[in-house]
Design a protein around this ligand. Structure first.
Ligand code: ADP
Length: 317
């Protein structure tokens, strides 16, 4: 069997939600080009409203794109819709539990929907893989939230798709379960399943993904190997409270310096370059007496400021 180079490829993907009585038309995807290689654990990272779910819903066949081309496993979603859908499993954000079924029944129903013949069903294997064997015959409404979420993952895998998409898999999930889910996702990946996950946690994408695309306001602002991306974001900030209030931010060597509204002085530096010591020496050399100090790591907001071209910072190209 010929395997495609890319699990997913999108070209010029546009989605415009039409205007409603209360809302103007909304262009949620503004010409997205994205290539997700076969075998990746690919993170789609972006703040709420960036367009991540819209992208995933188009892949899942739940939302119609406005323009552009999408292929899943080399199959065009317009001309080979059925084949494209067979290649992908999607774990939605919301837990939609079939309260009248047991997990075993639920998986059987789902396999039926995908036309998986009885002999090829992997119900027991999936239940075991997701730690649900001893709940196989319990009513779904008796399962904990975490168990329901694992059942959703199992449901997305019944037709053995080569691509698994998880939409915000750990939103509202406790640490223990998060680790379990990550471990399972990694084991699926080792078996050859391409994983795509959306998250608005930098930390989650960092821990799990080999490649990260950053989406902001319907556009891909960065897409590169995780290590490379993190290196670019390797900015930390020294924040000092001066002993006497400053009228304006002084020049602190070559560092980018701002005076915050509360009077704190924030000096950004590349961890790979200067150290905190060097930054502090420069602050003192500028005549600032330090009453208090702390350091800050970048958060997702800083990432966008650093990567988005419409940011107000002149150096953020
Ligand atoms: P994310 O998943 O990154 O949080 P979404 O894809 O859900 O982002 O949303 C992208 C933008 O599209 C948001 O501004 C959102 O309000 C809008 N949007 C999403 N779904 C709809 C819809 N069904 N109708 C109108 N606007 C929508």
């Amino acid at each position: 069997m010929d395997l495609p180079d890319n699990a997913i490829s999108a070209r010029g993907l546009v989605k415009t939600y039409p205007a409603t009585r209360t809302m103007p038309a909304m262009q949620a995807l503004k010409g997205v080009d994205l290539t997700i290689p076969r075998g990746a654990i690919f993170g789609l990272l972006g703040p709420n409203g960036a367009g991540k779910s819209t992208f995933i819903n188009i892949l899942a066949g739940l939302t119609k794109k406005t323009a552009g081309r999408v292929e899943i496993w080399g199959r065009d979603i317009d001309t080979r819709a059925r084949d494209a859908r067979a290649a992908i499993g999607v774990v939605p954000q919301e837990i939609a539990a079939d309260v009248f079924f047991t997990p075993r029944e639920s998986l059987d129903v789902q396999a039926g929907l995908y036309g998986v013949p009885k002999a090829q069903r992997r119900t027991d294997e999936l239940l075991a893989a997701l730690g649900l064997s001893d709940k196989a015959d319990a009513y779904v409404r008796q399962l904990s939230g975490g168990m329901k979420r694992r059942l959703m993952v199992a449901k997305a895998m019944v037709h053995n798709p080569p691509v698994l998409v998880l939409d915000e898999p750990t939103a509202g999930v406790d640490v223990e379960l998060r680790r379990q889910l990550w471990a399972y996702v990694e084991s699926l990946n080792r078996q050859g399943v391409t994983i795509v996950l959306t998250t608005h946690y930098l930390e989650e994408a960092e821990a799990l993904c080999d490649t990260i695309a950053i989406v902001n306001r319907g556009q891909v602002v960065a897409c590169e190997p995780t290590a490379q991306l993190l290196k670019r974001l390797d900015t930390r900030t020294v924040v000092v409270t001066p002993d006497t209030a400053l009228a304006a931010a002084p020049r602190i060597g070559e560092f980018e310096t701002r005076l915050r509204p509360n009077g704190d002085l924030a000096v950004a530096f590349k961890s790979a370059g200067a150290g905190v010591e060097q930054v502090l020496a420069q602050i003192r050399a500028a005549g600032v007496t330090i009453r208090d100090l702390r350091t800050e790591d970048p958060d997702l907001e800083d990432v966008f400021v650093a990567l988005t071209s419409d940011s107000p910072r002149p150096e953020a190209a």
